[in-house]
Write a protein that binds this ligand. Structure first.
Ligand code: SF4
Ligand code: SF4
Length: 352
């Protein structure tokens, strides 16, 4: 039975684990030991979301989901899985865990926070006949947490519910709860390994992992899809698919791989079976703060020039300041200028 995993080995394991390795399976014994020794409890709340992040976690195939939730994560409450509901859930399974463990529990939030009409667009229970808005629950519980783990792009950055016109005035959790450490694990949905690995880190080391400018754990979000894409040779040779079924780089049908920080190229999805671009779909950069505020299946209309395409998240953040069109930059822009991307010569001539 393993008893110790150094932080360095843990980071290496998470960053380097590929499709062939079950990260949750490998970490399970260490986490079970930590939970048995009294690791902090975890509460999971859901707001304006599609529940896709929970479904993604439920896709963890080894160990089975019961093992992950009960022994591996020390999860005390989850809105879809816990038996408790109504008052029982709100008072006993949420507020009580927070009261009994001041600054000694971790809060997972899935979904963004509707703030319009004092939060009344998203009710999660009632107290003495009065509704409890999700916004209030996140403020009450989040402010007492040791750290908040935002699972999914909605809670991390606003995501789909916060997309204009945003009638419910949805906001990311970081806009609602201040002065509490926040870890963003984006994705629409996030890969199960990203969620299990991040929880494992906080439970095993009682500390948050190294983060990038956007609060994402570097062990999962440091690399750019474009750098390791199997279609990269097509890009380098200016061979671009015009339709989904064609071979070629998918840039012209909307691929955002050059700005997407994600390790799906090696981790793969669905238990190591496939991933977005390998299945023929362009990367939609679901892990980025601006998602989904761009044309999903169209080439980015404009691209700032300046930073290298392989810039780290920190560098990209510094250069573009989180603007909506953050940049298929550098050599990509060069390709546009030199005519490698865009209408082919014949098409241009036909336009005249
Ligand atoms: S633009 Fe997309 S499809 Fe093309 S090489 Fe980069 S990541 Fe791959
Ligand atoms: S490859 Fe792109 S679309 Fe797929 S999970 Fe990563 S960031 Fe999201």
């Amino acid at each position: 039975m393993p008893t110790k995993l150094s932080r360095r080995d843990f980071i290496r394991l998470c960053a380097g684990s590929a499709a062939a390795i079950s990260l949750s399976g490998y970490l399970a014994p260490f986490m079970a030991e930590a939970v048995a020794a009294g690791a902090p409890p975890v509460i999971w709340l859901q707001g304006a979301s599609c529940t896709g992040c929970s479904i993604s976690l439920l896709n963890t195939v080894h160990p089975d989901i019961q093992e992950v939730l009960l022994n591996t994560i020390s999860l005390r409450y989850h809105p879809n899985i816990s038996a408790a509901a109504g008052d029982l859930a709100i008072k006993d399974a949420i507020y009580k865990v927070a009261e009994d463990n001041p600054k000694g529990f971790f809060l997972v939030v899935e979904g963004s926070v509707p703030t319009g009409a004092d939060g009344l667009y998203c009710m999660v229970g009632e107290e003495n006949g009065k509704p409890i808005p999700f916004m209030k629950l996140v403020q009450d519980i989040g402010s007492q947490a040791q750290a908040i783990l935002n699972f999914g792009t909605c809670s991390a950055f606003g995501g789909i519910p916060a997309t204009p016109p945003n009638p419910t005035e949805c906001k990311p959790v970081g806009d609602i709860v201040k002065n509490v450490p926040i870890i963003n694990v984006p994705g629409c949905p996030p890969h199960p390994d990203w969620m299990v690995g991040t929880i494992a880190h906080v439970l095993l080391y009682n500390d948050i992992p190294e983060l990038d400018t956007f609060g994402r754990p570097k062990m999962f979000f440091e690399n750019i899809i474009h750098d390791n894409c199997p279609r990269r040779q097509y890009f380098d040779n200016a061979i671009f698919a015009k339709n989904f079924s064609e071979p070629g780089c998918l840039l012209e049908i909307g691929c955002k791989g050059p700005i997407a920080h994600c390790d799906a190229t090696t981790r793969l999805w669905n238990g190591g079976v496939n991933w977005c671009i390998k299945s023929g779909a362009p990367c939609i950069a679901c892990t980025e703060p601006e998602f989904p505020g761009w044309p999903m299946y169209e080439r980015m209309p404009s691209m700032p020039v300046g930073s290298a395409i392989t810039a780290t998240a920190d560098q990209v953040g510094l250069v573009v300041g989180g603007a909506a069109v953050v940049g298929i930059a550098g050599h990509l822009a060069g390709n546009v200028l030199t005519g490698r991307i865009g209408p082919k010569k014949a098409e241009k001539e036909g336009d005249k």
